[in-house]
Design a protein around this ligand. Structure first.
Ligand SMILES: Cc1cc2nc3c(=O)[nH]c(=O)nc-3n(C[C@H](O)[C@H](O)[C@H](O)COP(=O)(O)OP(=O)(O)OC[C@H]3O[C@@H](n4cnc5c(N)ncnc54)[C@H](O)[C@@H]3O)c2cc1C
Length: 475
């Protein structure tokens, strides 16, 4: 006899566990299934984000940034550090502890919201009356039934053709987050968010890092001025980034990896690395769902096909997060999870992709929301731009982190904010003001007239808004 629920969520990443919590808040009897397992066989809900993504990468970025500051930044403050060293094992153990705390926190949240958690792999077993039967293959196999199912099975890393991940020399994100020592020569294929963040961690700890990016432009999705500033800053830090690099072959030897590639000029190159991180994107994870048996439709990229509201082709079955179209971001997955739960309750939520913020947690940080200048030009939208450099911001100078700027883009006629782009200290936090402004349909003048505390980094946002009307006060 199957356990009967109103909603069964398959996948306990940020999309799935948040969807389950919102569904439970709305009064649905909800179950959550997740198969991630940590050492000792214990469940590890939280998905890619918690286990091998957002959280552990930020933990290592923080540790490595402390190391970099102690080695290079403290001296200008009059603080001399002698005998500086890094204990990678301890750094990784701290990261693992942060992850485990998050796993436990999610289990606690599920319990608090009275959501039974099933540790194992969930798959469609067929129809159950008007709803669906879901089988859980775990230590204690069980069958659940519900009229509504939310698929939140996330994504897995994409490997380079002919170069499978081996967990030792050719690494995916999980491997990159668990290196036992600092490699001398580290290769990174792919200069996207993950490649740049992982490259930054190991570069700060002493690795010689070479990043090979196939696209001809660096950070093509970012505003061009931001991408240019970032490339300059990363080059200064010693990250060697080659755009237009086409990989010909990857051969893992006993202790190193040889990569043959062609540079932007078409010249053949050979590089030998002690470790290679491959971060060329992620693919939707539908393996094990038994999707074919119930006719769950996938699109041409292998994502679960959904409409704008995350409805699949099967009645009562929804899908959210990395396993469906759209940006592969934890907060996007969460917003979709909340929206689906609210839709099940008869509400009318909406997730606007144009106001989803993007962040790269390098140093300087990069963050944006809305349109870039090149997008607005391409769309023929008349706009005004205002920029303000952190070098003219008192707080940034006091912090000794005055690289970068904030830029606001506003409609030339209505002054409505169309985009905000920041590169510099705490850009990840600053971008929230741009998101808020866009969600409220604010004008750049609205931001410019809001009182911002002094001295704060957020004054750079206010000044960028003032710059739209060519009336900065501190420049
Ligand atoms: C290194 C790295 C850094 C990142 N940093 C950031 C960041 O800073 N900010 C950000 O927004 N995003 C970041 N991301 C992306 C982010 O992790 C994903 O967008 C997010 O995790 C997607 O959430 P999800 O719930 O859709 O899927 P996932 O987090 O992948 O969770 C899916 C869960 O479902 C489980 N599962 C799959 N199939 C089944 C099944 N059949 N039965 C039971 N369980 C199943 C999986 O094991 C997993 O636990 C990063 C990713 C990586 C790799």
């Amino acid at each position: 006899m199957a356990d009967q629920f109103d909603v069964v969520v398959i996948g306990g990443g940020p999309g799935g566990y948040i969807a389950a919590i919102r569904a439970a808040q709305l009064g649905f009897r909800t179950a959550c299934i997740d198969d991630w397992t940590r050492d000792g066989g214990k469940p590890a809900p939280g998905g890619t984000c918690t286990n091998v993504g957002c959280i552990p990468s930020k933990a290592l970025l923080q540790s490595s940034e402390h190391f970099e500051h102690a080695g290079h930044g403290f001296a200008q403050h009059g603080i001399d550090v002698k005998g500086l060293s890094i204990d990678v094992e301890r750094m990784i153990a701290r990261k693992d502890k942060v992850v485990a705390q998050s796993n436990d926190g999610i289990l606690w949240l599920l319990k608090k919201n009275k959501i039974p958690f099933f540790h194992g792999r969930g798959s469609f077993a067929g129809k159950a009356g008007d709803g669906w039967a879901i089988k859980v293959d775990g230590a204690a196999p069980v069958e659940l039934a519900a009229p509504s199912v939310i698929v939140a099975t996330g994504s897995v890393p994409r490997a380079l053709p002919g170069a499978p991940f081996d967990g030792k020399l050719v690494l995916d994100n999980a491997g990159a987050l668990a290196l036992p020592a600092v490699p001398k020569r580290l290769g990174v294929v792919g200069a996207g968010v993950i490649g740049l963040e992982m490259g930054s961690v190991w570069r700060r700890l002493g690795a010689e890092v070479t990043v090979l990016e196939a696209l001809p432009v660096f950070l093509g999705a970012a505003d061009e001025a931001v991408a240019k500033e970032a490339q300059k800053a990363f080059a200064k830090q010693g990250l060697a980034i080659h755009t237009g690099a086409k990989i010909a072959s990857v051969k893992a030897g006993k202790a190193d990896v040889t990569v043959e590639w062609t540079d932007a000029q078409g010249a053949a190159q050979t590089s030998v690395f002690d470790r290679l991180i491959v971060s060329i994107g992620r693919v939707p994870n539908t393996a094990g769902l038994n999707a074919e048996a119930v006719g769950l439709e996938l699109d041409e990229r292998g994502c679960v096909a959904v409409d704008d509201d995350c409805r699949t082709n099967l009645p009562g079955v929804w899908a959210i997060g990395d396993v469906v179209r759209g940006p592969m971001l934890a907060h996007k997955a969460e917003e979709e999870g909340v929206a689906v739960a609210e839709r099940l309750a008869g509400q009318h939520p909406h997730v606007d992709f144009n106001t989803i913020p993007w962040v790269i947690y390098t140093s300087p940080e990069i963050a944006w929301v809305g349109k870039t200048e090149q997008q607005l030009k391409g769309e023929g939208v008349a706009y005004r731009a205002g920029s303000f450099p952190f070098s003219a911001n008192g707080r940034a100078r006091a912090m000794g982190e005055a690289t970068g700027f904030v830029k606001i883009l506003a409609d030339a006629e209505t002054d409505r904010v169309l985009g905000m782009h920041a590169i510099g200290p705490m850009a990840s936090e600053l971008v929230a003001e741009g998101v808020m402004a866009m969600e409220f349909g604010a004008s750049s003048e609205d931001i410019a007239r809001i009182c911002h505390a002094h001295p704060t980094l957020s004054e750079a946002t206010k000044e960028a808004a003032l710059a739209v009307a060519k009336r900065t006060l501190n420049l």
